[in-house]
Ligand binder design. Sequence first.
Ligand code: SF4
Length: 383
Amino acid sequence: MPEFRRADGRIDIKSLTLLEIEAALTGLGSERFRALQVYKWLWQRGVREFDEMTNVAKAVRASLAERFYIPFLDVVAVQKSIDGTHKFLWATEDGHRIESVMIPDDERNTLCVSSQVGCAMACTFCLTGDLGLRRHLKPSEIANQPLQVRQKLDEQARISNIVMMGMGEPLHNLDNLLPALEIYLDEQALNFSHRKITVSTVGLVPQLQKLAEALPVNLAVSLNATTEEQRRQVMPITRKYSMEALLAACRDLPLKHAKRITFEYVMMAGVNDSPADAVRLVKLMRGIKSKVNLIPYNENPDRPTIRRPADAVVKGFQHHLVTHGIQASVRVTRGRDISAACGQLGKADPDKARVDEDRIQAIRIRREGEGYDASRFAFDDIV
Ligand code: SF4
């Protein structure tokens, strides 16, 4: 791993793996087993100073403090939605803003974690993409989000699930994501089960294969289209990795523990919510251990031309998938009043937003030219 140093020359100790901390301690003349004690203080107790590590010799603590520092995110604001969702706005050491969102429901508390400042993927429906990529988050910044949310919320709000679906494309930052995921999974650190961690991607094929080989976490692919052309319009990454190549890779992924890939499908009225889309989606899922998560678009003033489909359209779409053997759910929108819903994280750039609206509008006009009328959606016509 590269070292992350700050201006005073000290190294970010929370971006190191346990093995790297062991090597550092050996270099300082300390026993290797002390590394596990330090690691637990960092990730289980969440200490802010080396001097709080009371079972580590004073001289070792002093040497550690000379060479390393313990990074934390600064809490800028915590907003609470009327539905109980919490949005955490953090500042990084170099002054960037990132967000995490805690979504409680009856059975679980899911934390949506950011992996980058901004994002390079430019998905048309997403406000985070408007920022462009400012930088990758370090392992410590990815892993500090659940640690610090745990520290801020009381025990009743214990995080049960983590989804890497906040700001950024996690697999674009795979080098820092992998050590952060190891910290999530390590029982000596944050101790989450692999069943409770989901990494979402737009479909960076080589990185998706590397992640599936490296760790047994759940995978989610943001699909959002049923033809190559449609997907190129809403997800520019399709120009690099076609939908066909992505789905072929998904068919062949070495999935462990009987896992299924979740395909996320943001439904946009008149863009990708037609009966023909539902029919194509069923075909696309053939041969893949999959489930589909339909996400009705969260309308917002920065994308006035992208509309949310009517509930009946969403239900009809789901019905078609389910009756054709596809496990399909509809995501309930959460945290909309505090801009914490899907695709709303980060600040919008009005010029970029306009370009995206033009692209979406072009798809809609073409679809209407093909005789598609969203107001007369009827699955009965096609099944
Ligand atoms: S949807 Fe995800 S990958 Fe696409 S621009 Fe937004 S943050 Fe990036």
